[in-house]
Design a protein around this ligand. Structure first.
Ligand code: PLP
Length: 404
């Protein structure tokens, strides 16, 4: 049994009142709230352990290093990577993708080469590739989608050429909630010998992820979207691929030997981790992953799927409701507009009722253009949301609708 009321007790913020009403937090796609277990781990480390990692002989440094490296093992287990050498700590999904776009660009992209992204990517899985393409004289190609918000995989085969260097695709759309068949994307790309990056920012918090099963070369996600701290994320890469790529940033930790004539680089994953890592955040991220694993990712997924089905039912019953995206496989994200009420007005008025949703283009302007709109209201659910919160959302929307 998944006891959502028991789970909510771990999140002190959920007892807050906003404008005198109980907080209904439905902005989990942007960031999730943190359980006590995560915050307390951070406080405990700062109060009792803090010392810089890797270079110290003293007790605290060794203890901090052990926590940091144990966190890498927790991440490895969580996404089922083969080795901790394949787990690079970054500041988040955005930095993971920038790292990869830079390093892969340096190692293997030449003028006239191509990079494939999908029509529903977040800016962070478009712009770093675009920047790299500009630098290298390469071209960006786009996998189109249907009006329902599903990728047109038959078009992907046609997009792959001898010049394609990588395919980049999100596992779950942060706007439409579409769960993309990334395993199939990987299979199609591999037939042409092309590596694949999966953006897992919106999948890791909601479903079990197994990178060996997906067989993707690279996978990126953020700590703060999976109940962990801000400022930490992960780039997973198959060892044989990370080995081929040059470092992203230079500095301490990423080197083996430095002379003024020449520097040699450290082994994986440290080659990609210049400077002092946020070791308190990596430790707290491991606590967050332990926390969701303790609840059970399958149970979280079932709870959120049920909540999403219920929310779709309630929202669809509202007059003038338009929900964007109708994919067969969908996750805990619902984007909508009601009549001609501007998304900003809807968001602002819902806020007055204590309901936190996100409004705007959700960092996916090309997708907005594809849908022919400027923005949406987005409700996104997390492991602590309840049906009565969905009711509050539906009633809130209805109230705003009547006002207009
Ligand atoms: N990719 C997707 C699909 C996202 O939804 C987001 C954030 O909303 C990102 C990437 C960027 O994540 P971050 O801002 O944590 O780097």
């Amino acid at each position: 049994m998944y006891d959502v009321n028991r789970v909510r007790e771990d999140f002190p913020i959920l007892t807050r009142q906003i404008y005198g009403r109980p907080l209904v937090y439905l902005d989990n796609g942007a960031t999730t709230q943190k359980p006590r277990q995560v915050v307390e781990a951070m406080v405990d480390e700062y109060y009792n352990v803090n010392a810089n990692v890797h270079r110290g002989v003293h007790f605290l440094s060794q203890q901090a290093t052990e926590l940091h490296e144990a966190s890498r093992e927790t991440v490895r287990r969580f996404i089922n990577a083969r080795s901790t050498a394949e787990i690079v700590f970054t500041r988040g999904t955005t930095e993971s993708i920038n790292l990869l776009a830079f390093s892969l660009g340096e190692a293997m992209v030449k003028e006239g080469d191509e990079v494939v992204v999908s029509a529903m990517e977040h800016h962070s899985n478009i712009v770093p590739w675009q920047m790299m393409c500009e630098r290298k004289g390469a071209q960006l190609r786009v996998i189109p989608m249907t009006d329902e918000g599903e990728l047109q995989l038959e078009a992907l085969e046609g997009l792959l050429t001898k010049r394609t260097r990588i395919v980049c695709c999100t596992q779950v759309s942060n706007v439409l909630g579409t769960v993309n068949p990334v395993k199939e994307v990987v299979r199609i790309a591999h037939e042409k010998g092309v590596p694949v990056l999966v953006d897992g920012a919106q999948s890791v918090p909601h479903m079990p992820v197994d990178v060996q099963d997906l067989d993707c070369e690279f996978f990126a996600f953020s700590g703060h979207k999976v109940y962990g701290p801000t400022g930490v994320g992960v780039l997973y890469g198959k060892e044989e691929w990370l080995d081929k790529l040059p470092p992203y940033q230079g500095g301490g930790e990423m080197i083996k030997n430095v002379t003024f004539e020449k520097t040699t680089y450290n082994e994986l994953p440290y080659k990609f981790e210049a400077g002092t890592p946020d070791y308190v955040a990596t430790h707290a991220l491991a606590k967050a992953l332990d926390y969701v694993s303790g609840l059970g990712m399958e149970k979280i997924e079932t709870h959120e799927q049920e909540l999403t089905r219920y929310a779709l039912e309630r929202l669809q019953a509202i007059e003038g409701m338009h929900i964007f995206g109708a994919a067969q496989q969908r996750d805990a994200v619902i984007s909508f507009q009601v009549g001609n009420i501007h998304h900003l007005d809807m968001g602002t008025l819902l806020d007055r009722l204590g309901i936190a949703v996100r409004t705007g283009h959700h960092c996916a302007e090309p997708l907005m253009r594809r849908l022919g709109i400027e923005g949406t209201v987005r409700a996104s659910f997390g492991l602590y949301n309840t049906k009565s919160e969905v009711d509050a959302l539906a009633e809130g929307i209805e109230r705003v609708r009547r006002m207009f």
